[in-house]
Design a protein around this ligand. Structure first.
Ligand code: ATP
Ligand code: MG
Length: 382
């Protein structure tokens, strides 16, 4: 008898002929998540199992964060002996209160009792040792599950995992990562769909501080936990911002700056085989996020720009930021390059021809080339 972790996967069921590839990737990713704590991972009959980890609670927490995993249950793996199973189930339900149901599945048809008979026996054994429990077959608080497979597997809790699709099954994208609340959440949402994410950040020293940079790197590291590391491209953006500030109409400064960001991100993304850009924008949140402004920024991208938060309210975004533990870092009060040169009266409905005309005052090609050449690449891992 030993402790194992049982992990269920969700949507991967739906993937038709790609299914074997998705499953292989999923199992590999679970393996990567637990290898340094000695976890032994295998798949059998549409479940993933982990045994032998030095810390099984830590193991559960890590597997819960593997995209594609739907839920996890700490379980007991044991011999298929009726008395031993009843004893073990009773032991697991000791000290519990409320309503319960025993749910048995028998994929080993050689086991002498069928599922109903086994459930009845196990239920009796539980009630014998615990009179604080009552049976409720319709809406029980506790589900005691007994699976008869190569061994018997018993569990009575199930924790929801992150869901989504296995990391790496959907290609790669470039996240425009600021120090704010939204972009880490946007990155997370896209990663959940199996997309590898790299980050790009625009810094404007000395207007933005070293601490602001460290904050962004901390966020990249945190989001990178779902990737087992994160590549970050740090773009020096001061000169471009100064030029925009000096030469272009003040009210259009923000949209012109965002277009410069897009152009640079687009180029670096292409060089890194990314298929899309990701931002944390949502409609109407600030002046640069009206539909008119978004259209102006999109116009310079050559690849799709995904904005997973586009229809979300700030509060819902904050909730996810708290879940993925980026919120506390995001609200640290260091300045972002966007805030340094914010126009006093930003144009909220910029017209593209006006924007293009203003941009002609800049030698964008040279400025962008210089920024790209001086971009620093970091790899962050916990
Ligand atoms: P966030 O909370 O993500 O900073 P925000 O609500 O503050 O977003 P903006 O500052 O207008 O909105 O930025 C919109 C999006 O543009 C960000 O979500 C991010 O994807 C990108 N972005 C903004 N500033 C930077 C930066 N300095 N480096 C990289 N990307 C940036
Ligand atoms: Mg911001």
């Amino acid at each position: 008898m030993r402790r194992v972790l049982l992990a269920r996967f969700g949507e991967v069921h739906l993937k038709g002929s790609n299914r074997p590839y998705f499953l292989r990737t999923l199992v590999d990713n679970v393996r990567k998540a637990v290898e340094d704590i000695g976890g032994h991972v295998w798949m059998a009959e549409s479940r993933i199992y982990v045994s032998n980890a030095s810390d099984m609670d830590e193991c559960a927490e890590r597997v819960r964060k593997v995209f594609g995993i739907y839920s996890v249950s700490p379980a007991i793996e044991m011999e298929k002996d009726l008395d031993a199973i009843c004893r073990q189930a009773a032991e697991m339900m000791k000290g519990m209160r409320g309503s319960f149901k025993v749910i048995c599945k028998r994929s080993d048809k050689k086991f002498p009792l069928n599922s109903q008979e086994l459930a009845a026996k196990v239920g009796e054994a539980i009630l014998e040792v615990n009179d604080k429990l009552v049976v409720d077959v319709h809406d029980p608080e506790i589900r005691m599950k007994v699976d008869i497979r190569d061994h018997a597997y018993l569990c009575n809790t199930e924790t929801m995992a992150v869901g989504g699709l296995p990391m790496g099954t959907s290609g790669r994208a470039m996240l425009l990562l600021s120090g704010g609340i939204d972009s880490p959440v946007a990155g997370y949402q896209i990663m959940r769909r199996g997309v590898h994410v790299q980050s790009i950040h625009f810094a404007s020293p000395p207007y933005t501080s070293e601490r602001a940079k460290e904050k962004v790197l901390a966020l990249a590291k945190k989001v990178g936990e779902y990737e087992y590391g994160m590549r970050v491209h740090m773009v020096p953006f001061t000169k471009i911002q100064m030029e925009i500030h000096e030469k272009c109409e003040d009210g259009l400064g923000t949209v012109i700056m965002r277009r410069a960001m897009m152009r640079i991100a687009d180029r670096i993304a292409k060089e890194n085989n990314c298929l899309a850009l990701i931002t944390g924008e949502s409609i109407g949140q600030v002046a640069s996020q009206t539909m008119e402004a978004l259209a102006c920024t999109d116009a310079v991208a050559t690849m799709p720009v995904f904005r997973p938060l586009i229809g979300m309210d700030k509060l819902a975004i904050i909730r996810i930021a708290e879940e993925i533990d980026t919120y506390e870092t995001s609200i640290l009060p260091y300045e972002d390059c966007c805030t340094v040169f914010t126009p006093r009266h930003p144009v909220t409905k910029p017209k593209i021809d006006k924007v293009e005309k203003e941009e002609k005052r800049l030698d964008l090609e040279t400025l962008i080339e210089e920024a790209v050449q001086n971009t620093e690449i970091l790899f962050l891992k916990d």
